[in-house]
Write a protein that binds this ligand. Structure first.
Ligand SMILES: NC(=O)c1ccc[n+]([C@@H]2O[C@H](COP(=O)([O-])OP(=O)(O)OC[C@H]3O[C@@H](n4cnc5c(N)ncnc54)[C@H](OP(=O)(O)O)[C@@H]3O)[C@@H](O)[C@H]2O)c1
Length: 307
C-alpha cells in the first residue's frame, strides 16, 4: 500500500527540495507500532541535521520522510511490542535516523510514545513533543532548576522558549525572556517577568542569572555565559560548544524521547498550567507552502494529515 509523505532526496537542496510524494506504508519492526498520523510538527532546520540524510551507520538513507513529532492513533503492533494497544491515541518523538511523521503513517518504537488523552486535540498533541521535552529536559534533569533561581530564556516567544518560560515560572523561577522587539508582548504573555530585545537592549543589564537556556548560540551564547552566577548552568540545544561559565557548567544536549516527561507536559496542558505555541496549521496537501514560509514564522507549524 502507498501513502502520501513529505520527502527530501537531495542534501544540497536541503528542505527547500522537499516534495509531497507517494511512499510505501511502513511495516512495524520489533517493539514498533504503526501510528496513523493525525498531526505532525516540524523543526525548520531538519535539513541541517545529519540524521535527515544518513542512517546510524552513516549510510545514505534518502529518500527521507521529514517530521519527528506526532500525534495519532496506533493501527498495528510489531513483534513483541508491549505497553500500547491498537486504537490508542498517542503522541511522541520519532527516531531522528528513521523516516518521520510528515506522512500518513509512521513506524515508531513504542517506547518513544505516551498516551494522548481524548480531550487533547491531535494538533495540540503534535506541537508538544520536541519543544515540550526540550524545555523539560533542559530545565530539570540537565539544568537542575530550583525554585527562586533566575532563568535567562532565549528565544522566549519561540516554540522551545515559550515552554521554557512557562515551565521555569511554574517551578518558581524568575524568568527573563529574550528575542526580537516584536516578541516582547508574546514572551510576557507566556509568563516572562521581563524581556530583553536582543537587537536594541543591552543583555548585560539583566545582571546575574542561575541558568541560561540557549536556543541561539554564537555571540549571544558567549555573552550569556558571562552572566551566570557561581554554580550556575549554561544549557544549550545549539550543539557542542567550548563556551563555559567562569564558575559553572555547560550542558549541550539533543532532546530524547521520554514518555514520563511527555505525560507531565500533557498533564499541565490539560489542567491549564501550560499553553502550547502553535503558528500555522496546514493540511498535508498544503504542507510544502506552510513548511517553507516566505515571512517570519511565529510558533510551531503543524501539518494535519486528517481533519
Ligand atoms: N538540540 C535539541 O534537542 C533541540 C530541540 C529543539 C530545538 N532545537 C533547536 O533550537 C532552536 C530553536 O527552536 P524553536 O523550535 O524554538 O525555534 P523557533 O520557534 O524559531 O524559536 C526561536 C526564537 O528565537 C529567536 N531568535 C533566534 N535568533 C535570534 C537572535 N539572534 N536575536 C533575537 N531572537 C532570535 C527567533 O526569532 P527569529 O525567527 O526572528 O530568528 C525565534 O523567535 C532551533 O535551532 C532548533 O533546531 C534543538
Amino acid at each position: 500500500m502507498q501513502m502520501k509523505a513529505i520527502v527530501v532526496t537531495d542534501q544540497a537542496a536541503g528542505t527547500a527540495g522537499m516534495t509531497l510524494t507517494e511512499r510505501p506504508e511502513p511495516s512495524a519492526a520489533i517493539n514498533d507500532v504503526i501510528v496513523e498520523v493525525h498531526a505532525s510538527g516540524f523543526v525548520p532546520d531538519e535539513g541541517a541535521w545529519p540524521s535527515t540524510w544518513v542512517d546510524r551507520a552513516g549510510r545514505d538513507r534518502t529518500p527521507s520522510i521529514l517530521g519527528h513529532e506526532l500525534a495519532g492513533v496506533v493501527t498495528a503492533l510489531g513483534y513483541g511490542t508491549t505497553g500500547l494497544s491498537v486504537g490508542q491515541r498517542v503522541l511522541g518523538v520519532s527516531d531522528w535516523h528513521r523516516d518521520g511523521s510528515l506522512a500518513e503513517y509512521v513506524a515508531i518504537e513504542a517506547r518513544n510514545l505516551a498516551p494522548l488523552p481524548g480531550d487533547v486535540d491531535f494538533t495540540v498533541g503534535a506541537s508538544l513533543p520536541i519543544s515540550g521535552l526540550t524545555a523539560w529536559q533542559g530545565l530539570f534533569p540537565h539544568g537542575g532548576l530550583q525554585s527562586g533561581q533566575t532563568v535567562l530564556a532565549h528565544g522566549a516567544a519561540g516554540a522551545v522558549g515559550t515552554m521554557v518560560t512557562q515551565l521555569a515560572r511554574e517551578a518558581g523561577a524568575y524568568v527573563i525572556g529574550t528575542g526580537r522587539a516584536a516578541d516582547r508582548q508574546k514572551a510576557l504573555e507566556f509568563g516572562a517577568h521581563e524581556f530583553v530585545d536582543l537587537d536594541s537592549d543591552t543583555l548585560e543589564d539583566v545582571g546575574g542569572v542561575d541558568l541560561v537556556f540557549d536556543v541561539i548560540g554564537g555571540a549571544i551564547q558567549q555573552r550569556s555565559a558571562a552572566l551566570i552566577r557561581a554554580g550556575g548552568t549554561l544549557v544549550t540545544v545549539t550543539g557542542p560548544t567550548p563556551v563555559r561559565p567562569a564558575d559553572g557548567r555547560t550542558v549541550d544536549f539533543v532532546v530524547e524521547a521520554d514518555p514520563a516527561g511527555l505525560s507531565e507536559i500533557v498533564r499541565r496542558v490539560r489542567d491549564g498550567r501550560l499553553r502550547t505555541n502553535i503558528g500555522d496549521i496546514a493540511p498535508l496537501d498544503g504542507a510544502i507552502a506552510a513548511l517553507t514560509p516566505t515571512q517570519r514564522r511565529t510558533g510551531k507549524i503543524i501539518i494535519r494529515m486528517r481533519s
